[in-house]
Design a protein around this ligand. Sequence first.
Ligand code: SF4
Length: 373
Amino acid sequence: MSFYETMTRLEQLPYGTLWSRYTAEDVKRALRAEQVDEEGLMALLSPAAEPYLEEMAQKAHRLTRTHFGHVMQLFTPMYLADFCVNHCTYCSFSSMYDFPRKKLTLEEVAREAETIAATGLRHILILTGESRRDSPAGYVRDCVNVLRRYFSSVSIEVNPLSTAEYAELREAGVDGLTLYQEVYHQETYRALHVKGPKRVYRNRLDAPERGCQAGFRSINIGALLGMYEWRQEALATALHARYLQDKYPECEIGLSTPRFRPYLGEFNPASDVTDRALVQIILAYRLFLPRSGISLSTREPAALRDHLVQLGITKMSAGVSTEVGGHSLEGGTPQFEISDNRSVAEMAEMLRSQGLQPVFKDWDILSEPLGLR
Ligand code: SF4
């Protein structure tokens, strides 16, 4: 069984009338529940929950401080290569666009790592466009071998790989996998992914589970909000996370809430995800999954990020460039426009002013096994 069976069931729900079935009583029941179930999650995502955002926020804040303390983990993405064989309608790296593509040499990876490490960050997320020819698992492994000299935690966001390839990268020192489904709604997924291997919906949907099986310490999933009706996408994301958490309790399952941002092309998203809707999604995630990390990226404006740090977020990116080599080289093409341009130092200062401790490094991979019996 994979999450695909759950997706098949979810797609048969009567969404035309589903959300309007939930009442204030259902929302209050979910707010009182020690453990929110699927029905409670739907109530928290429904229009009936909109007048209860303040109560949801208070509970989300309490749960976050109980399980995570007064800390915020900071990390930054590092783009290794922008070659891509897919045509996704919402991304500058799509194979449809003609611009000078880049792939970092190992020397450039080291220079980029040095520049990022000088900011104090020790957690990094490396990204590539999706091309098995230009940035295969072996290239990612070679880059990881360089990066392990500078960072205590290296996560990857690359094309979906096999369990064996994930295991090989874990052996090389990768501890986390980020892989967004982008769109859970199957018909929309097919429409937005026009060309390339990314069209194979199930290969992507099952990849986080392969990452769990390969033994990554953490797996981060998410929907690109705006691509389809947000309540339905948030429901699928949260249930996907719960599915992985129940089946692989040894793995930390986290969620991200990326909203669509401008890019090279002119695609307009189908669903308007307002700031209030984003808040409702984050609060519903926190109440449904009290122990899951929730990441917030620089896609969001600074003022909103400052507000959201108290409402369930546990990880934030800082000092971000979405260009290949954007920290130490010139002239790349950004994957999308970011909204919050603050440096790592400025983000740390903001967190401290809110009574939170910025964490640049919260753990280290052991180079030798412990040998415990
Ligand atoms: S979203 Fe990923 S797979 Fe799609 S075009 Fe961009 S880099 Fe390529």
